[in-house]
Design a protein around this ligand. Structure first.
Ligand SMILES: NC(=O)c1ccc[n+]([C@@H]2O[C@H](COP(=O)([O-])OP(=O)(O)OC[C@H]3O[C@@H](n4cnc5c(N)ncnc54)[C@H](OP(=O)(O)O)[C@@H]3O)[C@@H](O)[C@H]2O)c1
Length: 279
């Protein structure tokens, strides 16, 4: 990578951040597309978040990604929140222009693009979302807008799941979603949005002990490891599976479009996917 004083800087902030594939993914992609941008990862503790964000703006970053545990607290640190991110209540992408910070959320679009590319249709299906954190909100709100029959939110903290179901119903204007403490038997598509199974906790799965029907589609948005224990369990039951890489690509491409004010063509997806195969 040829770094010069003109190189634009972006990155990701989270805590911990050691597991993130984003720096390698973005930097390889920028090199392929001859974009003069460098992407770095920053481990920022919650108490240091505000200072870190101000520092990035002062140093002339054109933007950055936000991951666990900062997606929700970032809402209070930006100058403007784009309506989609406001609805989700979490920010995963910040654009910095003329010193002004604008918060976006590209997770929902990334997830829907990944379903499309895996030929998974959610129309008239019963969708079960495991988790009710930032990513769950983004995924659920995007799914709800695409015509499922119904939705069930299953979360460790039941009240948080109930709150997410309420937000979905409020947005859609009908009683589409409800919270449950167990995964229902009639789930057509199960989407894990919890961090269970993510490195280094690779022996955890949110569906352990649950008996899956072979016609259930199982999606995991965790992408490190790419094949989580949950996806292995689902494959063993004969289920179609979708891993978290497609969402990672979709949300990353959208972030780049936001930072650079450009529209990437469809070849960009294939280029980023090829880069992932090499990681
Ligand atoms: N593929 C992608 O592009 C992509 C994009 C975004 C996120 N992700 C992945 O999605 C995951 C969640 O991210 P997030 O931003 O939504 O995180 P978050 O806001 O911190 O939410 C975490 C969720 O996981 C649940 N959870 C955590 N530990 C658990 C445990 N031991 N048992 C049961 N539930 C547990 C939490 O339940 P409580 O409410 O009870 O705490 C909450 O619902 C991460 O693994 C992240 O890497 C992937």
């Amino acid at each position: 990578m040829d770094i010069s004083p003109l190189t634009k800087i972006v990155g990701v902030i989270g805590h911990p951040i050691g597991h993130s594939l984003s720096p390698r993914l973005h930097n390889n992609f920028y090199k392929k597309l001859k974009l003069d941008i460098a992407y770095l990862a920053f481990d920022v503790k919650p108490a240091e978040l505000e200072k870190a964000v101000r520092g990035m703006a002062a140093l002339g970053f054109i933007g950055f990604n936000v991951t666990i545990p900062h997606k929700e607290s970032m809402l209070n640190l930006v100058d403007e929140v784009e309506p989609g991110a406001q609805l989700v209540g979490a920010i995963n992408t910040v654009k910095i222009a003329d010193g002004k910070l604008i918060g976006h959320n590209t997770d929902g679009q990334g997830f829907m693009e990944s379903l499309k590319r895996n030929d998974v249709n959610i129309r008239d299906r019963h969708i079960v979302v495991l988790g009710a954190g930032g990513a769950a909100r983004a995924v659920s709100i995007a799914v709800a807008a695409d015509g499922p029959k119904r939705m069930t939110i299953v979360n460790r903290t039941f009240e948080r799941g109930r709150h997410l179901a309420f937000s979905i119903n409020d947005k859609i204007g009908k009683r589409l979603a409800k919270a449950a403490s167990e995964i229902p038997r009639d789930a057509d598509i199960i989407i894990n949005t919890t961090s269970l199974g993510m490195w280094p906790d690779v022996h955890a799965s949110p569906i352990t002990g649950y008996s899956l029907r072979a016609d259930t589609v199982v999606c995991d948005i965790v992408y490190n490891p790419r094949k989580t224990l949950m996806l292995k369990q689902a494959e063993a039951m004969g289920c179609k599976t979708v891993d978290g890489i497609g969402m990672l690509i979709g949300q990353a491409l959208r972030s780049i479009e936001i930072w650079t004010d450009t529209k990437l063509d469809s070849g960009a997806w294939n280029t980023m996917q090829e880069e992932i195969e090499h990681i």
